[in-house]
Structure formats: structure tokens, C-alpha cells
Design a protein around this ligand. Structure first.
Ligand SMILES: C[S@@+](CC[C@H](N)C(=O)[O-])C[C@H]1O[C@@H](n2cnc3c(N)ncnc32)[C@H](O)[C@@H]1O
Length: 498
């Protein structure tokens, strides 16, 4: 069935895409579901398309969403509403399904997957978006009628009515009443799979923090991250972004936080002089650039980004290298990602950098002279960036860790062999999981003489604005979303003795 679009709805949305004029009272339409709207509100249709593409085609929400927003020509407010709805429903899926299980008369697995996605969208509007209940019901039924058919209208209407009878806090209390396992409680309250909750508890302790922080950490995963910007040193200025409403970043130099809409409207961003990059990524790249190298070559250092795609850290490193008269090789095995690296580096003098397309595990063969600084930003589970990838928590499996472990160790081993005496390797992941952070570093250094673990926390402090991040623990460093407002980046710095 071809969806029809309804105008006017968007005029009730405010700047952040939230709906205005919500009264405390729960009102429902007096009209029977079969007689109500058969049209899909374009913003809700976009959110529905995103959920369907994620579930049915294994798509990434952050890639599908902009395409769908463009296809349906959403304005800024509607785009904000669609983003909050799609991302919120995906992040909240675990908790929302638990609520729905208490309101549907059969196992959720027996529902048409499209109906289940429509219900999740309805629940998110009711529980987290302050959409008036009658609008959430009417619009979800209208969406379902337009894109799925009339069949499930009554079911959707009845289920969402049940959901709307309690507040989110009341549902959470009901779901967790009598549950003694703290992992299960956190999983239900913060919509994370139990294995990830367990992993995060272990990660906090492993990196010298307390397990009582777990709820703050999981809650931080559920908050939309503010867009972080970096002005490439010597190339970009933040003026335009600041004039457009950005505020200077508190963690690291040349950074800003931009919460004023589409960052693509800034010319400095379009030209690549300013880039979107999490402050944690900025900090770890700057830490590698800041640490001392023993006996640096007189004709300038050679730097390597071993796992460069899509090129965020390469761009920052290359800009710093350019300021110092150094050179950077950015290596990436996937051709399409190598193309993104070239794009990311385009604003930096091309005499400074080159891109190699190849497996990092054998890079030493191509560069027998080695490098003075090597960044190993290893392929990892990305468990430290769940707030950025709303569906990732449901897709990742504990078995991913076992698969990635040998690759992470092989890449770090190759970097340790390829770094020049006196040079430094930075091992970085956007995951705090001990299996891909400290265990990889310890295994790689075991039995290998002549390598020293530097105090990464101290080096990070040195490149931070405050001078005191409290990220270090036993020589390595771990940033956290709930503490630093960054992705959970891990950093180890290893120097090869001269
Ligand atoms: C975490 S990402 C790097 C992010 C990047 N440093 C940035 O800041 O934009 C890991 C990258 O490693 C690449 N990779 C996977 N296998 C690799 C290998 N064998 N050698 C080198 N890189 C590899 C992936 O394609 C991916 O682009």
C-alpha cells in the first residue's frame, strides 16, 4: 500500500523535534481505530523505515536515517523528531519489548516483525518522548494502516492503550520487582543485553573504577551524544562553528560541541578543515603525538596509522605532523574505507601523507625502515560507542570478542616489530572490554624484551585542557561516557627501547 503523508503534524514539534502542548491527562480518540487516520506522518514513517531496515536488512541506522530523511524531504524539526524516535526505539528495544511482553497476549516472536517495530515506535513515544497518548496511538495506528495494512490496527491500539496506563517509572518498577540479580535489573532498566551489562561491570573494575557506576554508564549509552568538532591544527578555525552556536570543548584544545542542528551547513565542515570527531578520539590521537620519542630522526619523523579507515584520527595526526614537518602513512585494507581516508585527509597538504591499501599485519614488509610513532586503532566490538550506534548492542555477540582477539594481537605485534627503537606505539580501542584492551596489551608484551609501557593516563592529562582526567590505571588509560562525556576509548602507550 502506498503511504499517504500528512502535513500539519510537524508544526506542533519544537526545535528538538519533541511534540508541544502535552497535557498531563491521558486522552484518547473517541474514534474506533478502523475509522481513524490511514495516513503515515512522514517523520514516523522515516523512523519506521529505519527500524525495518535495521531488522530486516541488517542495515546501520546511522546510514539509513539520513537517506530516508532526504527521501521524505523532512524539515529540520521533523528530522529531529524522526531521529529521536528511531534511535530511541532502537536503544530502548530491550526494555520496550519487556513492557510489550506484558501487554501482548502471545510471545512477541509470533508477531509480524513490522507490527512489532510499529509497537516499539509507539512505546517510545509514550514512554520517552512526551507525545500525548492519543497522538501516539492514532499516529502509530495510522502508520501501520498505511504501511502494513488494516489488519493489526486493533491489536496495536489495544496494546498501546495498555502501555499508556502506566508511566515509564511504574513499568520499570513492575519489571524489576522481585528481581534479585543486579545484572538483570540493570539490563531491564537500561535496555542493554545482560552479557553487555556483565562486561561493563567487569570493565569498570578492571580499569580501577567501582561497579556502582554501572547504572550511570548504561544511562550514558542511552543519551544522544552531542556532536563534537575538531579544528584541524594549523588548517581549521572554530570561529564559524562558534558563531553558529557551538561552544568550546572543555576536554581538549581546538574542539567544540555543536548542538545547533545539521553540522553539514558549516562551510568549514564541508571543506574538511573542521571535522566531526568524538573528544575521546581526539585525546588519544593527541596523546600519541605528544609523547616523547627517543632519538627522533633529524630529517623528521615518520608516523603510521595502521588501521586508518574512515580516517578521523589520520586527519588529526596528519595535520599535527604537517605542523612539525613530519609525514604520515595511513593504512587501511578495505578499499572503500581507504577512499574515505583519502577524503578525510584532503584538507591536509598531500606532501605530508600517503594512503596504503593493505593488511596491517604485514606492513613491515612494505616499510622496512619502520616508523617513529604508530597508532593501532584496532578493529573492536565498539562497546564503548553504543550511544552512537543505537542497534549495535543487539547485534554484537560475546563470540565477536573471540573472533577479534587474534587480529588485535597480530596488529599490535606487527606494530611493535615495525616501530623504530625509541619510537612509540599507541594501542587504542573504542571498547573498555578487558579482553580487547588490557589482555591484548599484556599478551603482546609478554616474552618480548625491550618494550616499556608508558603512563598513558599522565600523557592524556598532558593533552587535556583540565590537566586532570583521572583516566589512568596501572599505566593504561580508559575514558568513559558517564565520566568524561566521550566514547569509552582505551589507550596504551608502548615505547621500544633504543
Ligand atoms: C576502529 S576502526 C579505525 C578508526 C579510525 N582510526 C578512525 O579514527 O577513523 C578499525 C579499522 O581497521 C581496519 N582493519 C580491519 N582489519 C585490518 C587489518 N588486518 N589491518 C589493518 N586494518 C584493518 C578496519 O577496516 C577499520 O577501518
Amino acid at each position: 500500500m502506498t503511504p499517504e503523508y500528512r502535513s500539519g503534524e510537524s508544526s506542533r514539534r519544537n526545535e528538538r523535534g519533541r511534540e508541544r502542548n502535552r497535557s498531563g491527562e491521558r486522552k484518547f480518540s473517541a474514534t474506533a481505530p478502523g475509522e481513524r487516520t490511514r495516513r503515515a506522518d512522514p517523520a514516523r514513517l522515516v523512523a519506521f523505515e529505519v527500524l525495518r531496515a535495521v531488522a530486516a536488512d541488517d542495515a546501520y541506522a546511522n546510514l539509513v536515517l539520513p537517506t530516508s530523511i532526504r527521501k521524505h524531504r523532512l524539515g529540520r524539526q521533523d528530522a529531529g523528531f524522526a531521529t529521536e524516535l528511531a534511535y530511541g526505539a532502537l536503544r530502548g528495544q530491550g526494555t520496550y519489548d519487556a513492557i510489550l511482553s506484558l501487554c501482548v497476549d502471545r510471545p512477541l516472536a509470533q508477531l509480524d516483525p513490522a507490527v512489532l517495530d510499529a509497537l516499539r515506535l509507539g512505546v517510545h513515544q509514550l514512554m520517552a518522548m512526551r507525545v500525548p497518548p492519543h497522538a501516539a496511538l492514532d499516529q502509530t495506528v495510522g502508520l501501520a494502516r498505511a504501511v502494513i495494512g488494516a489488519g493489526p490496527s486493533s491489536l496495536i491500539n489495544a496494546v498501546l492503550r495498555k502501555v499508556s496506563r502506566k508511566s515509564f517509572a511504574e513499568w520499570l518498577d513492575m519489571l524489576t520487582e522481585g528481581v534479585e540479580d543486579p545484572v538483570r535489573v540493570s539490563s531491564l532498566r537500561h535496555s542493554h543485553p545482560e552479557w553487555i551489562v556483565r562486561t561493563m561491570r567487569q570493565s569498570l573494575v578492571n580499569h580501577g573504577r567501582s561497579v556502582v557506576e554501572i547504572d550511570d554508564l548504561l544511562a550514558a549509552d542511552n543519551a544522544a551524544p552531542v556532536v563534537n568538532l575538531v579544528a584541524l591544527p594549523g588548517i581549521g578555525e572554530l570561529d564559524e562553528a562558534l558563531e553558529a552556536g557551538a561552544r568550546a570543548g572543555e576536554l581538549v584544545a581546538d574542539s567544540a560541541l555543536f548542538a545547533a542542528g545539521d553540522v553539514g551547513r558549516l562551510e568549514s565542515v564541508r571543506s574538511g578543515r573542521i571535522r566531526v570527531q568524538d573528544a575521546g578520539s581526539q585525546l588519544v590521537a593527541r596523546a600519541l603525538a605528544a609523547v616523547e620519542v627517543d632519538h627522533p630522526p633529524e630529517d623528521g619523523e615518520e608516523w603510521l596509522d595502521l588501521c586508518a579507515g574512515p580516517g578521523g584520527k589520520s586527519a588529526l595526526l596528519a595535520a599535527i605532523a604537517a605542523q612539525r614537518g613530519y609525514r604520515l602513512v595511513a593504512n587501511e585494507p578495505a578499499e572503500h574505507r581507504a577512499a574515505l581516508v583519502r577524503q578525510a585527509l584532503a584538507a591536509v597538504d598531500p606532501a605530508v601523507w600517503s594512503v596504503r591499501v593493505g593488511d596491517g599485519r604485514s606492513i613491515g614488509e612494505s616499510y622496512p625502515g619502520g616508523f617513529d610513532r604508530i597508532l593501532v586503532d584496532a578493529p573492536c566490538t565498539g562497546l564503548g560507542a553504543l550511544r552512537r550506534r543505537p542497534e549495535a548492542r543487539w547485534r554484537r555477540q560475546p563470540s565477536d570478542l573471540a573472533e577479534l582477539g587474534p587480529l588485535q594481537r597480530a596488529l599490535l605485534a606487527e606494530a611493535l616489530e615495525t616501530v623504530r627503537p625509541g619510537g612509540v606505539v599507541a594501542y587504542v580501542t573504542c571498547s573498555p572490554h578487558p579482553a580487547e584492551t588490557t589482555a591484548v596489551v599484556q599478551d603482546s608484551l609478554r616474552g618480548r624484551d625491550g618494550y616499556v609501557l608508558l603512563d598513558a593516563g599522565q600523557v592524556l592529562d598532558g593533552v587535556s585542557k583540565s590537566g586532570s582526567l583521572h583516566a589512568g590505571h596501572e599505566s593504561t588509560a580508559q575514558l568513559w561516557p558517564h565520566v568524561h562525556g566521550t566514547d569509552a576509548m582505551f589507550l596504551a602507550l608502548i615505547r621500544r627501547a633504543t
